[in-house]
Design a protein around this ligand. Structure first.
Ligand SMILES: NC(=O)c1ccc[n+]([C@@H]2O[C@H](COP(=O)([O-])OP(=O)(O)OC[C@H]3O[C@@H](n4cnc5c(N)ncnc54)[C@H](O)[C@@H]3O)[C@@H](O)[C@H]2O)c1
Length: 462
């Protein structure tokens, strides 16, 4: 078998080492690979998912479902206690599913020793920005954890979103400091997570999974593992390529959202209904993809991932990635624009923002999820609080007792609350915020999601 990503048999082809060109390392690696593939096939492999959050927990649940011996390693002991008590903190995983997984052998733990003897380790830990710069400390610490229990014949897969080169330049040296060699003694690869929390059509299983390895054997191992979990895998040539795939997807989305957001502001100035224009443009069956305006972008991906890419481009080439910078600028300013529209609407009613009772509907970063990391609603609340608004917020997906930003009181989106508000700002189109009820209420509404467009209501759409 050829080395360095040149697996002539192809990732799905039969494994036939070509003996004449083999080194001793190749033969060792081939025997490790055969044994790993057999374990995966027989479901006797032990899989450790490192990080049990929005990404890691669903992957662990899928591993249990297909019959792997599954360990959920998590550094936060409170999360481990909740998992052990079958209390889910991830919206897409109901308590019942967690309970069934525990009954089938799923083992949540914060003890490194419990990872000993793993066959597959998947790293799904946070990759945030720290003052605008990629913070890979979680990936580093997870790699160090795995290095402590790494053994020959296992495969390690990084799944966290990150810039090209992370698997090769950060994870690999940490694991190889054990004396074991990637591609010979153990296998190493990268496979980005593409899940879209709350998406009822495309989930983990039916979304094709991009897979990569630091060499041909590693690619075989990573591909074989994910082939047990998903309908379709998409092998690519290198870890760098797979790392870029994820950043390309999210940068594409980020830039296009910025485009419609900026257009929404100009369309208002031009007196054109942006939503009707988007609806009409969306009838084109080719060459156009629908994106819609909103109060900004949030979550763990769009506000962060493109900056991983622009930081990496700048570091490697010295050039700014102008599309990303522009998109960041437009999307980050959308909450200011929302507040400007709120101010104008209240002004038209002869009211100031100061003292106005404003009800914010939705704090999650998007519909159908409880995740409110980087949510633009937080920025809107803080800006309105600075102007002296009397704020209330409702979000049926937030746990009772959640503390809202800017001292906004957490309330139910009841008819009484809606009626009592001087202005209602619809920030997230959760299905629970029923458009008919909002329109009937007669409340003054700023609809930032287009949920009420084409209906009769008192107020405006962004
Ligand atoms: N949330 C999404 O929708 C989504 C989608 C695709 C990709 N991603 C990417 O997946 C990665 C994980 O994101 P997430 O949303 O699951 O984050 P999360 O914060 O929900 O979960 C990460 C978990 O890892 C734990 N953790 C941190 N360091 C650890 C360590 N050293 N060992 C073990 N556990 C550790 C944290 O305590 C946390 O529970 C990120 O790179 C993110 O960009 C997220």
């Amino acid at each position: 078998m050829a080395r360095d990503g040149q697996n002539e048999a192809g990732p799905h082809g039969p494994f036939r080492p070509s003996v004449p060109s083999c080194t001793v390392g190749d033969l060792v690696s081939a025997s490790h690979l055969d044994s790993l593939l057999a374990k995966l096939e027989e479901r006797s492999a032990t899989v450790a998912i490192v990080g049990q959050g929005y990404v890691g927990l669903p992957v662990a649940m899928r591993c249990v479902e297909v019959g792997h011996q599954t360990i959920g390693y998590e550094v936060d002991p409170r999360r481990v206690a909740m998992l052990l008590a079958a209390t889910s903190y991830v919206g897409d995983i109901p308590d019942e599913q967690l309970g069934a997984a525990l009954a089938s052998g799923y083992r949540p733990t914060d003890q490194i020793d419990d990872l000993a003897g793993f066959d597959v380790a998947v790293i799904s830990v946070p990759t945030p920005l720290a003052e605008g710069i990629p913070d890979l400390s979680f990936v580093e610490s997870a790699s160090n954890t795995i290095a402590r229990v790494l053994r020959a014949g296992s495969v390690v897969i990084l799944e966290s979103t990150t810039y090209p080169g992370t698997t090769d330049e950060l994870v690999r040296p940490i694991l190889e400091a054990t004396g074991l060699r990637a591609g010979e003694d153990f296998f190493l690869g990268y496979s980005p997570e593409r899940i879209d929390p709350g998406n009822a059509t495309f989930g983990f299983v039916n979304t094709p999974k991009v897979v990569s390895g630091v060499d041909a054997s590693s690619l075989r191992a990573v591909d074989a593992f994910f082939s047990t979990l998903v309908d379709k895998t998409v092998p690519v040539k290198s870890c760098r390529e797979a790392e870029l795939v994820k950043l390309l997807e999210n940068t594409f989305r980020h830039v296009n959202i910025a485009l419609v957001n900026e257009l929404a502001m100009f369309a208002d100035d031009l007196g054109v209904d942006i939503w009707s224009a988007i609806d009409a443009a969306s009838t084109k069956p080719f060459g156009y993809m629908r994106f819609t305006p909103g109060p900004g972008v949030g979550g763990h991906c769009l506000p962060i991932d493109p900056s991983y890419l622009s930081w990496s481009v700048k570091r490697r080439s010295g050039h700014p990635f102008r599309f990303v910078e522009l998109a960041n600028d437009v999307n980050e300013h959308m909450p200011d624009y929302v507040v400007q529209r709120v101010t104008r609407m209240l002004n038209d009613e002869g009211r100031a923002v100061r003292g106005a009772r404003i009800l914010l509907l939705g704090f999650a970063y998007k519909a159908g999820t409880s995740d409110w990391r980087e949510s633009p609603s937080v920025a809107v609340a803080e800006l309105l609080a600075e102007l002296g608004a009397d704020l209330r917020g409702a979000d049926p997906y937030l746990p009772a007792g959640a503390v809202l930003p800017a001292n906004a009181a957490l309330v139910e989106a009841s008819a009484a609350e809606i009626d009592a508000a001087d202005l209602v700002v619809l920030l997230v189109d959760h299905p629970e915020f029923e458009p008919d009820a909002l329109c009937r209420s007669g409340a003054l509404i700023l609809d930032t999601k287009g949920a009420l467009r084409n209906r009769s209501f008192r107020g405006e759409t962004l």
